[in-house]
Design a binder for this molecule. Sequence first.
Ligand SMILES: Cc1ncc(COP(=O)(O)O)c(C=O)c1O
Length: 246
Amino acid sequence: MSEGPFKTLIGELTPPMQLMMTPGPSSIDPRVYRALAAPVVGHLDPWFKTCMDETQILMRQVFQTENRVTMPLSASGSGGIEAAVLNTLEEGDEAIVCVNGWFSERMYEIALRSPAKITKLEVPYGRAVDPQDVRKAGAGKKIKIVGLAHGETSSGVVTALDPFRKVADELGALLIVDTVASLAAEPLNVDKQRLDIVFSGSQKALSAPPGMSPITVYNGRRLGSSVGAPSGESASADCRRRGHGT
Ligand SMILES: Cc1ncc(COP(=O)(O)O)c(C=O)c1O
């Protein structure tokens, strides 16, 4: 073999050390860098189980919840949207997605991949959707989920969640909240605020590398709605199938 791509030598990876001041990826604590340099342990090793148990304890603290299903998905924040939305919506369901920017639009687009009927409630960038409009849009319908972004990164708008909980209660709907940009940055108490499914991303206010989507799912049934019904639209985001695998 003469010259060509198979002969090219690539040097050691030496990324610049930068102070990152965007919503994410954010700068990482030296303690996290030290953890990244630790040996890899097999996912079936008893040590790993203890590590995962401790990870869940820490995630429950940051989400402020006792939800048993609180875990890191090996996915980006968008994977968290997919898991939350596609594990809940089935044929015959109806959902309302509040769109006030780029990332809540992504939740809407992912919801469109489900077989459910999706209503988009959109306001211009820089504003939050009015919960009263959700009430109106859902009146007389059987709405399975109301979805919104707590912190809409593209505009910097933080939406107050409690009025949406109230409306979701009235509609008998589950509340799905994207906290990719807001978890650990804005006050959030999943149990007190009775949020049904909340997901985030590791690379923003949690100040870890990208690639994990912490998610928490309410333990029981709320208002007769069920969580975990597989839509069949995504295999990797199907929470019932997750388990063995690296
Ligand atoms: C509010 C919000 N939701 C979802 C995402 C998507 O996350 P990711 O880029 O990790 O897929 C982002 C990313 O910036 C975000 O800010």
